[in-house]
Design a protein around this ligand. Structure first.
Ligand code: MN
Length: 255
């Protein structure tokens, strides 16, 4: 039987969590360690300067169907580390899944994303892993994403992944029966430049750093194009972000 660790960055109340747990449970033993509140855009941050605290609590998956999960005051990466090194200490973990995130994780979003960090942390600890996100918040999107998660989990459990490689999956709304899955590379996100500001009730100025919904350049073969054409996007990512193509030129600088 497979042993699967689930975490997320939307936290224990994240809308995609229950749906994912229910979809993945038929594949084996599911262990859930999630943040106690939303940590979207936490990226790969870890808790260094305060205690990490965890509680076990039940969540209801259906009538008389409870699962006990670990709820922590840390980040998504912390949760994966704790799940593997403490909860599942000395046990083999076959798969780590991050999600289902409420919102896209395309292109450079993967740098900010806590959902992607879950999968990246899995890969860092030598466990095959993937992150899954819906690009639009709707009940059918989450149900569809859960089915896709099941399908991808089965494939990853069977085929494994190369060392230090993990997958980033995005599911579009209105997936139709003719649509399927596209293997993609990361596209380019375009983030807004506007930083709206105001004056708070105490008379101090404040700024809002994440106002606009990011746009994307739908270059061929990218995750952004796949989602725009209603395909599920699956991008393989790696821990090594060395720019190998620039190595020879950098060497020619003769430091
Ligand atoms: Mn999130």
């Amino acid at each position: 039987m497979s042993r699967i660790l689930i975490s997320n960055d939307d936290g224990i109340y994240g809308i995609g969590l229950n749906t994912l747990i229910k979809a993945i449970r038929p594949l084996g033993e599911v262990i859930v360690v999630v943040p106690d509140s939303e940590r979207s855009a936490a990226s790969h941050s870890i808790t260094l300067h305060k205690p990490f605290r965890v509680q076990r609590m039940p969540i209801e998956l259906g009538v008389k169907d409870l699962i006990y999960v670990y709820v922590a005051n840390g980040t998504p990466s912390d949760c994966v580390k704790f799940g593997i090194h403490q909860v599942l200490k000395d046990k083999k973990v076959d798969l780590v899944i991050g999600g289902i995130n409420n919102g896209p994780n395309l292109g450079e979003d993967t740098i900010y994303s806590g959902t992607v960090a879950v999968a990246r942390q899995g890969a860092m600890l030598g466990v095959p892993a993937f992150a899954i996100s819906v690009t639009k918040d709707s009940k059918p999107s989450f149900l569809m994403a859960a089915k896709i998660a099941y399908k991808i989990a089965k494939k990853v459990l069977k085929n494994k992944l190369p060392a230090r490689v993990f997958l980033n999956v995005n599911v579009p709304p209105n997936l139709n029966h003719n649509s399927s899955l596209k293997v993609t590379s990361l596209g380019r996100r375009v983030y807004g430049k506007a930083i709206p500001s105001g004056i708070d009730p105490r008379g101090n100025p404040y700024y809002w750093l994440a106002g606009d919904v990011p746009k994307g350049i739908p270059e061929k073969g990218t995750d952004i194009e796949a989602i725009k054409s209603h395909f599920v996007s699956v991008t393989p990512l790696t821990l090594d972000s060395t720019c190998n193509s620039f190595l020879p030129e950098l060497n020619s600088w003769k430091f």
